[in-house]
Design a protein around this ligand. Sequence first.
Ligand code: FE2
Length: 243
Amino acid sequence: MQRFDYRDSLCTSHKVNTKLKSEGIVLINNMPCQNESLLNLAKHLGRVASSGIGEQRCNIEDQNIHRIEALESPLIDPFQYPIISTTNLDFELHTDDFCKPTPIDIVLLHCYRPATCGGESLFVDIDSIVTELSLSSLAILSSPSILTPFGWVPVIQKMEHQFIVRYNMYDILKVSTTSGYTYPQMTMHALNEFKQIAVRLCHQVRLASEDCLVLNNKKMLHGRNKFTRSSMRLLKRLRLYSF
Ligand SMILES: [Fe+2]
């Protein structure tokens, strides 16, 4: 994973963009813990998105910056399920905006306070997963076989000779349960194979204060390990559409 220093990052923003496109992840160090840093970095990478902002705004700060921390009571999504990012639970590998017609391109996660125990960030790229996926599962997951609130979508797509991914098992099961749809056995098998490979191949990194993880949401799955609630872990997040 390529690391950049925030103090140089603005003059090397084209390098950050290039790495995001080719490798799907960048770590920026020494980024001062203030909202201005995140907004400053964002303006070199894309346009700020408002996705994930519902009626409950207690975790939202200025210009769509989300506080990612374990709340006393987790926020609830429109399906009446807990929003995992507002808990201290394991957050399985996923891409953001699974339920949206046009998912965002870039996720910025800026660490203010790491957890004292747990809370490591997890990531794995779609190219590695596809390399190990069976041809039958690749065929199923490349077809529009997965239900979202706006219709059927593929998990894996090939665009301009590159694989892109849309995947969130929590959301996939939530949508099927609430809509009363049962997946055929072969689709569940393909999804489970995908998940097992992702878990086996994933890397982890422990973010320190002033680290900012920058993820290409079309190439890289991300997640995090559970952490002790008393550690007061705090990240701030921005989601972007790339230019
Ligand atoms: Fe996420």
